[in-house]
Design a protein around this ligand. Structure first.
Ligand SMILES: *Cc1c(COP(=O)(O)O)cnc(C)c1O
Length: 464
C-alpha cells in the first residue's frame, strides 16, 4: 500500500446530493418493520405526522416517519450552506499510527472544522431550513454540552429565526463562553431547570439544587414550543431525522475512502444519542443490510452513562417530564440523572431507536463502555500526535480506535480503522484541566443506581 495523503477531500462538486435513509434497508432486511414505531404517550398508538405537527416542523415530522424512501434529496439552499464547511476532511492518522507502532491504517472523519465545533451543524442547518420553509417565527431546543445549541444558533441566525435554548445548568455554569457564542448568533439561553416553564418550576420545587439533565431540558423546550405561537421544537440527536441528515458524514467518508482504494474493517463512533455514529456508519451499514461484506461496527459510550452496555431495550420517554412520544430504545430510564462529575458529554439516558434496533439485531456489532480518565489519556495522545484537540465526546471513539490499533500491533493484522472525530475540544478545557491536575475521577454507577433509573421506565402493560 503506497503512503496515503494525510488529508483527503472530496471536491465541492462531489458533495452528496441526497441523504441516505437507512430505515428503508432495515425494513427490507427485516422483511417488514425497521424499528418499533414511536408511540403517542396518551393513546399508545403509533404516532402520526398529525400527532407530531404541534411540536415539530411538518416536513421534519414526515422525515421522522419515513421508512420508504432510501434517498432524500438535499435541497439546493442546504447544499450551498454545506459548501461553507464541507466536504469535511478524511484524515489518515499517520502520526498516531507511528506512535502506536501499529500495522493498522487509521482514518478519521473530522467534523470540528466549523464554528459550532462539531457535526451538529449538519442537522441544525437542515432543521432551520425546513422551519423557515414552513414560515415559522422561531424554535426552541435544549443543549447539554453546548455544541447543539451553538449549531442551532448558527442555523437560526442564517434563516432569520428566533431561538430559545434551554441549557443543562451544570454546562451553563461550566462553559460560560458557549453561552456567549450562542448569544453572538442571537439566541436566548436559559439555564435548565428554569422558572420560565411549568415543568421547570416543578423540577425546581422538587430539587432546588438540581444541576439539570438533558431529559429535563427537553421537557422545558417542548413545553415552550407548545405554548408559543409560531414556534416548534428541534432536537440535535436521537431522532431518525437527525441520523438522516448526519448520513452526509458517512456518504462523504465512503466516497473519500473509495478514492483511496480503501474500505474499513472497523467503523467506530462515540454514542450519546447516536447521531454521529448513525450517520458515519449508515452507508457501510447499507452494505451489511444488503448482504455485502461490511465493517465491524463499534459504538463507544461513557461508563458513567452506559445506555447500550447496561441499559434495557424498552419503550421509554425521551424526556424526564414525560411529555414526548415513547421510543423503543436502549435506556437507563428517563429518571436517570447522570453523575455531575462526568465531564465528557454523552450523558443522555436513551439512544437512537435506529441504533438501538441495529444493536439489538446484531447488525451493530459491539457497544463498549470506557472510563473518562482513559478517554482523556487517549485525547492527549491524539492531540500530541495529530495536532487536533478533540472534543471529549470524540475522544471516546479515539480510545477505542487506539485500543483496536494496539490489538493489530499484537496480531500483526493490517486492519483499516475508520472513526468519527466529531468535534474540537476548545470549550472543554476545564475538563482537560481536571485531567491534567489529577482531580478527574471515574464514576461507574452501581447496579442499585441503575435500578433506580429503570424504575422510571413506564410499565405499559401489554406492550412491554
Ligand atoms: C453531541 C456530540 C456528540 C454525541 O452525540 P451523538 O448524537 O451521539 O453523535 C459527540 N461528539 C460531539 C462533538 C458532540 O457535539
Amino acid at each position: 500500500m503506497k503512503e496515503t495523503p494525510y488529508k483527503t477531500y472530496l471536491e465541492e462538486s462531489e458533495l452528496p446530493q441526497v441523504y441516505y435513509n437507512v430505515r428503508a434497508d432495515m425494513r427490507e432486511a427485516a422483511g417488514g418493520q425497521d424499528h418499533a414505531p414511536m408511540l403517542h404517550p396518551g393513546t399508545l398508538q403509533p404516532v402520526t405526522v398529525a400527532d407530531m405537527e404541534p411540536i415539530f416542523c411538518t416536513e421534519l415530522a414526515k422525515q421522522e416517519l419515513n421508512t420508504e424512501d432510501r434517498y432524500i434529496d438535499i435541497p439546493g439552499e442546504l447544499i450551498d450552506f454545506y459548501r461553507m464547511y464541507r466536504p469535511s476532511p478524511l484524515i489518515r492518522a499517520h502520526f498516531l499510527e507511528r506512535l502506536l507502532d501499529t500495522p493498522a491504517r487509521i482514518y478519521y472523519k473530522y467534523e470540528g472544522n466549523n464554528t459550532s465545533g462539531s457535526h451538529k451543524l449538519n442537522s441544525a442547518i437542515a432543521q432551520g431550513y425546513y422551519a423557515k420553509l414552513q414560515g415559522l417565527k422561531g424554535l426552541t431546543t435544549e443543549t447539554g454540552a453546548g455544541q447543539w445549541g451553538t449549531a442551532m444558533s448558527m442555523a437560526a441566525a442564517y434563516f432569520g429565526l428566533d431561538l430559545e435554548v434551554f441549557m443543562v445548568k451544570v454546562s451553563y455554569e461550566q462553559k460560560p463562553y458557549r453561552k456567549t457564542v450562542m448569544q453572538t448568533y442571537g439566541a436566548s439561553v436559559v439555564p435548565s431547570p428554569s422558572a420560565t416553564t411549568e415543568i421547570g418550576r416543578q423540577m425546581l420545587a422538587e430539587n432546588p439544587e438540581s444541576s439539570g439533565s438533558l431529559g429535563n431540558a427537553i421537557s422545558e423546550a417542548v413545553e415552550k414550543a407548545l405554548t408559543k405561537e409560531g414556534y416548534r421544537y428541534v432536537l440535535g440527536s436521537v431522532l431518525n431525522q437527525v441520523l438522516l441528515h448526519q448520513s452526509i458524514i458517512g456518504l462523504e467518508a465512503k466516497a473519500a475512502m473509495e478514492k483511496l482504494g480503501e474500505y474499513p474493517d472497523i467503523v467506530i463512533g462515540c454514542a450519546g444519542g447516536g447521531s454521529n455514529l448513525g450517520g458515519l456508519m449508515a452507508p457501510f451499514m447499507q452494505d451489511r443490510l444488503t448482504g455485502k461484506p461490511a465493517p465491524y461496527f463499534i459504538a463507544v459510550e461513557p461508563a458513567s452513562c452506559p445506555t447500550m452496555t447496561r441499559g434495557r431495550f424498552a419503550y421509554d420517554f425521551c424526556d424526564t417530564g414525560r411529555v414526548t412520544p415513547l421510543a423503543k430504545m436502549y435506556t437507563l430510564g428517563n429518571g436517570y440523572i447522570p453523575s455531575a462529575n462526568h465531564a465528557g458529554g454523552l450523558r443522555y439516558h436513551g439512544m437512537s431507536p435506529i441504533l438501538s434496533q441495529l444493536y439489538h439485531d446484531g447488525f451493530l456489532d459491539e457497544a463498549r463502555a470506557v472510563e473518562q480518565t482513559s478517554v482523556f489519556e487517549a485525547a492527549i495522545q491524539f492531540s500530541r500526535t495529530e495536532g487536533t484537540l478533540p472534543a471529549p465526546e470524540s475522544a471516546h471513539a479515539i480510545r477505542a480506535a487506539i485500543d483496536e490499533a494496539i490489538k493489530c500491533r499484537e496480531t500483526g493484522e493490517e486492519k483499516v480503522i475508520l472513526f468519527g472525530c466529531t468535534g474540537n475540544g476548545y470549550f472543554d478545557l476545564s475538563a482537560y484541566e481536571q485531567h491534567i491536575n489529577g482531580s478527574m475521577t471515574d464514576y461507574i454507577p452501581t447496579d442499585e443506581d441503575l435500578l433506580r433509573g429503570f424504575a422510571s421506565i413506564p410499565s405499559l402493560a401489554g406492550i412491554q
